[in-house]
Design a protein around this ligand. Structure first.
Ligand code: NIG
Ligand code: FE
Length: 423
């Protein structure tokens, strides 16, 4: 079935760190989940004789609303059970993330809750979260395991992630194995790495459940040698490398990411200048995750401190349970002076360089041949895409060619947009 989206406001075709390529009004032809045509207003409708009902082309009038590409969340921990909201009171009373972890909170607490949840329950939770992500404009998610730690539960989390990928109007999902997220109770770092290398990595590979490996490389969690051993073994097996580095302390994670050729090294709040330079030289992306320091009351880092490519992601996890990329971006726009166009690039074209779709389609821009993932804003200008923290700026999101309407009482299939122009 073909759809022509018409009477648009701004249409952002492509945002890059230096430029926002935008048409002031464009019509889009969408079919089979792919963008098939982009033309000046009116051209496609007459070319396809689309007002003739027998042509069976759906015409969607967006009444002057802006259109931007679907957003890409290249760092999430999507699948877990439990609730750690009470930890904010402990932090406000002066305990650090590490103190809370040492007193039975943090990752291990979520591991406990997640191990006792059934696969069905985790799938229902993850699906609900994925639909919240769509409401905030996200059409692709990188989802890490990491709250099972034992092989059985880690495989379960990866299977749950796989069940979302491409389902209905949920985002597409890239699956990352984060077996090295914390050291299980009763094991040493050495025991853990041995277990991951001998048992878990082979099981993940045998079931084809992940395309990347991640490690929480941080003093107090996994050290440089242990991280390197696991990541090299993963790379040798064809998995790409993603890392959590230098979140609370500079432990040399950035330098390791550079030497291993990681795709992305995320957090990087405390990475030193040499590490930042080494990552830029090695082509390692820096993934800024501003929601996490915001939730912990610690300083954000100005994104321009990355010397090469960088992205913004939500880091959705029990400690930062927000799936809104417009919110994450607003933190850097409103606190660090980042431009909304640079912020948009960080969650579209730049993010697309760091994460891939299982259907192999191009994403992050509106161009012929790319996936038909896009967002319809409430207003005619793209510029406010991250200027309404607490509210999604989007009236609807198209996922692989299917329109999902948000919060306005219309059914997902109605394709009706109330006129905002007062005509
Ligand atoms: O990226 N820092 C490591 N992992 C997650 C948080 C995990 C948790 O606190 O549950 C992160 O912030
Ligand atoms: Fe994370």
């Amino acid at each position: 079935m073909q759809t022509i989206l018409h009477t648009t406001g701004d249409v952002v075709l492509r945002a890059t760190p230096t430029d926002v390529e935008c048409m002031k009004g464009a019509d889009l032809l969408l079919a089979d989940g792919i963008v098939q045509g982009i033309e000046e207003p009116g051209v496609l409708i007459s070319e396809w004789d689309a007002t003739d009902a027998s042509k069976n082309i759906t015409l969607v009038n967006v009444h002057g609303r802006a259109v931007i590409p679907g957003l890409i969340d290249a760092h999430t921990h999507l699948v877990w059970d439990g609730d750690r909201s009470d930890e904010v009171a402990l932090r406000n009373a002066g305990m650090s993330y590490q103190d809370i972890a040492n007193h039975g909170g943090g990752i291990q607490r979520t591991v406990h809750a997640t191990r006792s949840a059934s696969e069905e329950r985790l799938a229902a939770i993850a699906m609900q979260r994925a639909s919240v992500a769509v409401r905030h404009g996200t059409t692709h998610i990188e989802a890490k395991s990491g709250y099972g730690l034992d092989t059985e539960t880690e495989l379960k989390l990866l299977r749950v992630g796989a069940s979302i990928d491409g389902a209905g109007t949920l985002p597409s999902v890239q699956h990352t194995w984060l077996g090295a997220h914390a050291i299980p109770h009763g094991l040493t770092e050495r025991d853990t790495i041995d277990m991951l290398l001998d048992e878990q990595l082979p099981a993940v590979l045998a079931q084809g459940l992940a395309t990347a490996t991640d490690v929480f490389c941080e003093p107090g969690w996994f050290g440089i040698e242990a991280s390197e051993e696991l990541l090299r073994a993963s790379k040798n097996e064809g998995l790409e490398i993603r890392m959590h580095v230098d979140e609370f302390q500079d432990g040399g994670g950035a330098e390791l990411a550079a030497s291993l050729g990681a795709v992305t090294a995320d957090h990087a709040l405390k990475s030193n200048d040499e590490g930042m330079n080494a990552m830029a030289e090695a082509g390692v992306n820096v993934g800024w995750l501003p929601g996490t320091p915001h939730m912990m009351g610690i300083d954000l880092r100005d994104p321009s401190e990355a010397r090469g490519a960088w992205t913004i992601a939500s880091d959705f996890n029990p400690n930062c349970p927000s799936l809104s990329l417009p919110f994450a971006a607003s933190l850097l726009v409103h606190k660090c002076g980042l431009g909304p166009g640079e912020a948009l690039a960080a969650v579209t074209t730049s993010a697309a360089q760091t994460t891939t779709r299982s259907d192999g389609l191009r994403q992050g821009s509106i161009e012929v041949g790319a996936v038909a993932d896009l967002n319809i804003l409430r207003s005619g200008s793209w510029i406010g895409w991250c200027n309404s923290p607490g509210h999604s700026p989007f009236e609807a999101t198209m996922v692989r060619g299917t329109m999902v309407h948000h919060e306005n009482g219309l059914t997902p299939s109605s394709n009706v947009f109330p006129n905002i122009r007062g005509e």
